[in-house]
Design a protein around this ligand. Structure first.
Ligand SMILES: [Fe+2]
Ligand SMILES: [Fe+2]
Length: 245
């Protein structure tokens, strides 16, 4: 089902409750009654077309109108990506850490199992932090500078100098698959750790890990399939402009 601006926002959540996290990133709170997607977005100062593309790409993995998503500004795309990073670090990671903490006493009798789980997730947290930090400090500022130069009528040599030191191709080549490690962690729990004493808690953790993995997967697709080609086009046009000078 493709989500359109006239359907009720409540039905978006009923269709797929994972969309709650997307709504959260756009700053949309619950309690919108029977208001449509369009009305709720307007009320929250959210670009409705951008919201629809993001939420549809999130719900249906085959719905990926890269071309349309690429029409939105780099600022809008990177703001969304930044909010997603915040959602991981401020909400999801602490939630998972709390769950693992709860498991300390109630899941595995042998201490080494929980130590292994904790260590694995801690290493993962650090890796995720390094990954998002690099994007926030290097990649997003670079893409914004490219967009600014692209939109500017005047040619400025500094952007050419910048493009000599970095390019979106470098990002593409070094962009690692950060979600893969979560699958390894799920496997440790499913296959290698002993039967947990409290399976409800263990299932909850597996569910959270699976959820985070899907979310990061969706996030990476936007980086690789929307942001990268958009910036590559801009880089090409900027280079051509300078060659003509
Ligand atoms: Fe990212
Ligand atoms: Fe990334």
């Amino acid at each position: 089902m493709i989500i359109t601006k006239n359907i009720k926002m409540a039905d978006v959540i009923h269709t797929n409750y994972f969309t709650l996290s997307v709504l959260n990133r756009f700053g949309i709170e619950l309690g919108f009654g029977d208001k449509s997607v369009d009305e709720v977005c307007k009320k929250n100062n959210v670009d409705v077309d951008f919201f629809l593309e993001i939420v549809n790409a999130f719900v249906d993995k085959d719905y990926f109108p890269k071309k349309h998503l690429q029409t939105f500004s780099v600022k809008l795309i990177t703001d969304y990506l930044q909010k997603t990073h915040d959602y991981y670090h401020k909400l999801k990671v602490p939630e998972i850490e709390n769950l693992i903490e709860e498991m300390v006493d109630s899941c595995y009798t042998q201490k080494e199992n929980i130590v292994l789980l904790k260590k694995f997730f801690n290493d993962y947290k650090q890796e995720l932090l390094n990954h998002t930090h690099r994007e926030e400090k290097i990649v997003f500022p670079y893409t914004l500078a490219i967009e600014k130069a692209y939109n500017s009528e005047e040619s400025d040599n500094s952007v050419i100098e910048l493009m000599e030191t970095y390019s979106i191709e470098i990002f593409q080549n070094e962009h690692d698959n950060i979600e893969e490690k979560l699958l390894d962690l799920r496997n440790i729990i499913i296959k290698y750790l002993p039967q947990p004493k409290n399976s409800r808690l263990c299932n909850k953790l597996l569910y959270e890990l699976f959820n985070l993995e899907q979310d990061i997967n969706d996030h990476s697709r936007i980086e690789e399939k929307v942001l990268v080609p958009k910036i590559r086009e801009m880089e090409k046009i900027i280079t051509k402009r300078f060659a003509k000078k």
